[in-house]
Design a protein around this ligand. Structure first.
Ligand code: ATR
Length: 287
């Protein structure tokens, strides 16, 4: 194995990427722990993914985070998948060793941490997941693993939510996982305890939009948005107005990042991080 050369180099790739706070997260950790390492943001447009993969294999970076919309499309470019990433079918972290690329999923762990830290009970509860992209795969996996009674996935393109259902139905025997139509939403909302937005609606160009209207939302619901910039999306604002409990994506983002760092450094370096300080830095930039 090639000895690790300093400085270590990491990046996040995606499109859009301007909103990403991954550089701030990782650079703050490097500063806290006095690590000689760099972290950059790389926008990947059109068919540039294979070029970026070649640069990664050539050693431009020791590891990368992968974000929207490449968490699933990157898989065929990788040499190996960690077993859990294979089960989930989505990759948000890649490590490069001597040009060999292995894909991992740390989003599911970030989302599980979000649930725990915000006291969201999973077992025997009913969930609606809005969207069926890479992030939704990780979230559905985490919910099924923790014993959700039902998980109803609703997506603008039913083919994609059907594919998600096919991939993840076997995570929990006799799973209550279903791919539902947008028209089913009123009934689903009536019966659900928790509604989760996994789409980009509410950030970037879609900043002032919410993926659903407030119809049927009440104080009996918890609304989770995995967006962390802004901290309070339109979706969360309408939930708050209706008296629902609201949770933003900051905890998921933070813990997926720390778990990625553990993978890249090959030990639990995150145990040494002052997480409260890190969260304050991130929240101050996220408004
Ligand atoms: P990520 O890796 O963050 O999950 P992704 O794989 O591109 O990103 O998935 C984004 C999800 O948000 C998809 O389910 C997408 O719907 P489609 O499957 O129909 O493409 C959904 N999405 C994106 N933009 C949307 C919009 N404007 N309205 C509704 N859903 C949207």
């Amino acid at each position: 194995m090639t000895p690790i050369r300093s400085p270590l180099k990491f990046a996040v790739i995606g499109n859009p990427i301007t909103h990403s706070l991954s550089p701030l997260l990782h650079r703050s950790v490097f500063k806290q722990l006095k690590l000689d390492a760099e972290f950059s943001k790389v926008e990947c447009v059109g068919d540039e993914l294979s070029n970026l993969i070649n640069r990664l294999k050539a050693g431009d970076w020791n590891g990368i985070n992968v974000t929207i919309p490449f968490k699933r499309t990157i898989i065929p470019f990788l040499d190996a998948l960690n077993p859990r990433a294979k089960t989930i079918g989505s990759v948000n972290c890649v490590i490069q060793d001597d040009g060999f690329l292995t894909g991992y999923n740390t989003d599911w762990y970030g989302f599980s941490m979000l649930l725990t830290l915000n006291h969201v009970k999973v077992s025997r509860n009913s969930f609606i997941v809005l969207g069926a992209g890479g992030a939704a795969y990780s979230i559905v996996y985490a919910l099924l693993r923790e014993g959700a009674a039902t998980v109803s996935v609703v997506n603008r393109t039913p083919k994609n939510s059907n594919r998600l259902k096919e991939k993840l139905s076997s995570v929990q025997g006799d799973s209550g996982l279903d791919s539902c139509q947008i028209n089913d939403l009123p009934g689903l909302i009536r019966d659900a305890s928790v509604i989760i937005n996994t789409t980009p609606v509410g950030m970037g160009d879609l900043l002032n939009q919410s993926i659903i209207s407030e119809k049927g939302i009440s104080s009996s619901h918890t609304l989770i948005d995995i967006i962390y910039r802004p901290l309070k999306t339109e979706f969360l604002k309408l939930g708050e107005m209706a008296g629902a409990k609201i949770i933003n994506g900051m905890d998921m983002f933070l813990y997926q990042g720390l778990a990625s760092l553990d993978i890249w450094m090959k030990y639990r370096i995150s145990d040494r991080v002052n997480v409260n300080e890190l969260k304050k830095i991130l929240e101050s930039q996220s408004c």
